[in-house]
Design a binder for this molecule. Structure first.
Ligand code: ADP
Ligand code: MG
Length: 292
């Protein structure tokens, strides 16, 4: 019997660190001996750059525009440690639906039975956004990915995007859609940032998979076109990405999150805002603020 391929989607707001985190997870899984494909589903098409020495690869949509017949192998490129890299791509700026690239690309590879042929253990989709567009919901809606994780910082807009994703997962959960594995908290350096994310996951009945600090080792690696796992494998940051990857390996049961209503989220944020002002002025200690 063919082995089961674990398919994971990583969502989050633009610029929050999805591709950085996804590429480090892919790299860590690959170093641990798994066969991995990273599937970029962001019209920015730079998901796999740090797996490829900083190089951009031709996208599926661009290749489809240039050629009549596209073989899956025309759009799959090998990166660090043999990781298979694919970029779905997007429409010409300002034209068409950005989600179409995801639908088209996933179908192309599925039709040609590429995942089985490459004997993959993991396919990781790096997906932009907060499921406001139907196309971006594809990996969730169609059950393409089994487990969804979201990258967020403690910033309101990032949490807002995560909450919208939870709404999407919630909506499709009754129709066989993917469920939520947990939250990857990125750029968590201040104690209050951790507490904000902890409070958010508690209220939405989810969990934090890992707290990833903002680190200059990530910047240095990115400037060399590499993941931290490749450029600085013995660093503390690399250990954190390895620990995150292991938790993803061990993770088996995802759940339906409980999204907050927009007004609830607003009120929650505003309460945190007041607490942060009090922290700043020394009225509260971080621990006390977390217990409010
Ligand atoms: P996204 O894919 O969500 O649009 P990226 O992964 O491209 O975001 O990250 C945006 C920028 O933030 C990149 O320059 C990246 O190096 C940086 N970055 C992300 N996470 C970290 C981190 N933990 N430490 C330092 N820099 C980070
Ligand atoms: Mg990205």
């Amino acid at each position: 019997m063919a082995k089961k391929i674990k398919q994971i989607a990583i969502y989050g707001k633009g610029g929050i660190g999805k591709s950085t985190t996804t590429s480090n997870i892919s790299a860590a899984l690959s170093v641990a001996g798994y066969k991995v494909m990273q599937f970029g589903c962001d019209p920015k098409s730079d998901s796999t750059n740090t797996l490829r020495g900083g190089e951009y690869i031709p996208t599926v949509l661009d290749t489809l525009r240039d050629k009549q017949i596209v073989r899956a192998h025309d759009v799959i490129f090998e990166g660090f440690n043999g990781i298979y890299c694919v970029e779905a791509g997007g429409p010409a700026p300002g034209v068409g639906c950005a989600g179409r690239g995801i639908i088209t690309s996933v179908s192309l590879l599925k039709q040609q039975k590429v995942f089985e042929e490459l004997d993959l253990d993991y396919v990781i989709y790096d997906v932009l956004g907060d499921v406001v567009c139907g196309g971006f919901a594809v990996p969730v809606r169609e059950g393409i990915a089994e487990h969804v994780f979201t990258v967020t910082s403690a910033d309101f807009m990032a949490l807002y995007a995560a909450n919208n994703l939870f709404k999407g997962i919630h909506k499709y959960s009754t129709e066989g859609g993917a469920l939520l594995g947990g939250v990857i908290a990125n750029s968590i350096n201040a104690p209050y940032a951790k507490e904000i994310v902890d409070d958010f996951v508690a209220r939405t009945h989810t969990q934090v998979m890992e707290y990833v600090p903002r680190s200059v080792s990530v910047t240095q690696a990115e400037l060399q076109g590499k993941t931290t796992i490749e450029a600085d494998p013995d660093s503390k940051q690399a250990q954190i990405y390895k620990s995150l990857a292991q938790k993803i390996v061990d993770h088996t049961e995802s759940k339906v999150p409980v999204p907050l209503e927009t007004s609830e989220l607003r009120e929650w944020a505003s309460n945190w805002g007041k607490q942060l002002v009090e922290l700043e002025t020394g009225v509260l200690s971080p621990a006390a603020a977390g217990n409010l």
